[in-house]
Design a protein around this ligand. Sequence first.
Ligand SMILES: Cc1ncc(COP(=O)(O)O)c(C=O)c1O
Length: 647
Amino acid sequence: MTPPVADIAPPKTKRKTETWSPDKSSELYGVETWGSGFFGVNKNGHVTVRLEDDKAQAEVSLFDVIDGLRDRGTHLPVLLRFRDLLHSRIEQINESFKKAIKDLKYRGEYRGVYPIKVNQQRQVIEEISEFGKRYHYGLEAGSKPELIAALAHMHDPEAYLICNGYKDEEFIDLALHAQKMGLRVVLVLEMPSELDLILERSEKSASAQSWGSSSPLHERLRPLARQRWRQISLWPQCFTSHQRRRSVEGSGHIDCLKMLHYHQGSQIPNIAAIREGATEAVRMYCDLVKEGAPMGVLDIGGGMAVDYDGSHTNFHSSCNYSVAEYCADIVEVISQICDKAGIEHPNLISESGRAVVAYYSVLVFNILDVTSAQTSEEAPPIPDNAPQNLMNIIEVNKVINKKNLQECFNDAMYYRDQMRAQFFYGAATLRERGLAEAWFWHILTRISNLIADLDDIPEDLRELSSTLVDFYYGNFSLFQSLPDSWAIDQVFPVMPLHRLDEKPRHRAVLADITCDCDGKIDRFIDKEDVAKILPLHDFKQGEPYYLGVFLVGAYQETLGDLHNLLGDTNVVGVHLEKGKPVYTHEVEGDTVADVLTYVEFDPKELVTRFRTFAEKAVTEGRITPKERREILDLFREGLSGYTYFES
Ligand SMILES: Cc1ncc(COP(=O)(O)O)c(C=O)c1O
């Protein structure tokens, strides 16, 4: 488990000579707990990823991978994708269901489907369709574009293609045609009103006969927004479910009802909730069979959580179960209830998304600069004729001791605020206000140093250390690459990729390069709760300092947006051949011209406009013709360049 962040020294205290090791870093950043065996720290102090090399496994340094990219001219930020990790998760989920089915003598089959919405990138769909063949692993499409991508890639007649989402004629026609072509396409009835359209389209299509007898219709229990991932009750949907059953009965097509589908929501951290959801669903399934529906398939949706913080608890960024426990519990609940009801075990489908792709991608960026906390060990000067409030702050500094920390903190804050008010009303100068602020931070630094020796820290002062942080500016956009960090306060494991043989001495938060005050990461994984700081090393100008954000393969890539017109990052797939990293599936990130085009600018027209402006400047004698050429070259280069900081 990640040790509490308090284990690292508070800022600027006297450094004890203490040995540090890569193992300590591994423990500090919790790599063993959230890394799921895929990530580690080597003796050189580099983060490693475990890749396959001709059926053996090898630990590859991410620092070396980035070095290789730098030699090839690929700029950071870059999203690294590791296909081996994706394969491994598909294998783990399928093998775990297989084992649970065997152990519990379950009489149905398991077939997984991958919900395209979780990461729609072509490489993901291709890898899943190709590697998944051995398990007849299918796809779930929630929209027309997703269905079209799925139809072009998945041609295994044994695998399922589940169609969720709201469907128009075109969507339904495509699905019905694909059924005729031999694919196991399943239309999930999202709303009762969809039924008429599906019946009409299937009657119109030449497959009307086979539709009448075998086209599966589906019942969906509870589509939950991903953001509401902690809610699990299924009751409110029973009414809707009843309505749907009535409409299916009324249509005279109860024989078409083959599958019950539910989805509890994403990232369900508690196995009890998973069991509860499955229990209710399987009871509904059994009753539908008793009502005369042939059924045969139960689709349990997604929801299998990822242990982002490595705490293995039911905290929202973790989960208190393993993949094997999840599979065993689902199979057990369903078989027990079906056995009691005397109903045949259904074939099982699960739509795990996050649990399949989260590990696959790592976002890597470099630190550009650091703004240190305004801490100051050194006392600021004492001015002549200082205003009374400033003198009062200086007095507070004289009397600080371990017993009056709270009082001194309150007084310093009070007099600092008084000085601000005096400045506001014109009764103090900017220089005097600046001195008051400097004394205030000096007092806070001293209080923070003294707190470190206390057994019992006063309540108000506990938060103090989180205000004395250094801002590390990272070359990335939170809104583009980690949208869930902003939108739903999701925490991801973040850590330096090298220098892990050195003790990190700074208490940092991360700021991105958008100019939005929300563009920062100030919530980090922690074994107890959520940490407010990330331990980082000294930043040395001119030397690279690389950070990685892990487990970002699910949802982050396509939910990101163009805030500040920072576009898609470079993407590179990495695998091993003969002990060497091989870079494939490289996708260049957006250029400036690309992102401007997305917001309806025409790059050519931009050049024309700027050229006209530059020529006017020449005519008016502000610049020379030679300068005009240089400025225009710069403008064109800017258009074709990366949207992120290029060094
Ligand atoms: C219908 C459906 N199935 C599956 C998923 C994937 O869920 P998860 O990524 O939590 O496995 C979702 C996403 O919320 C969904 O809406």
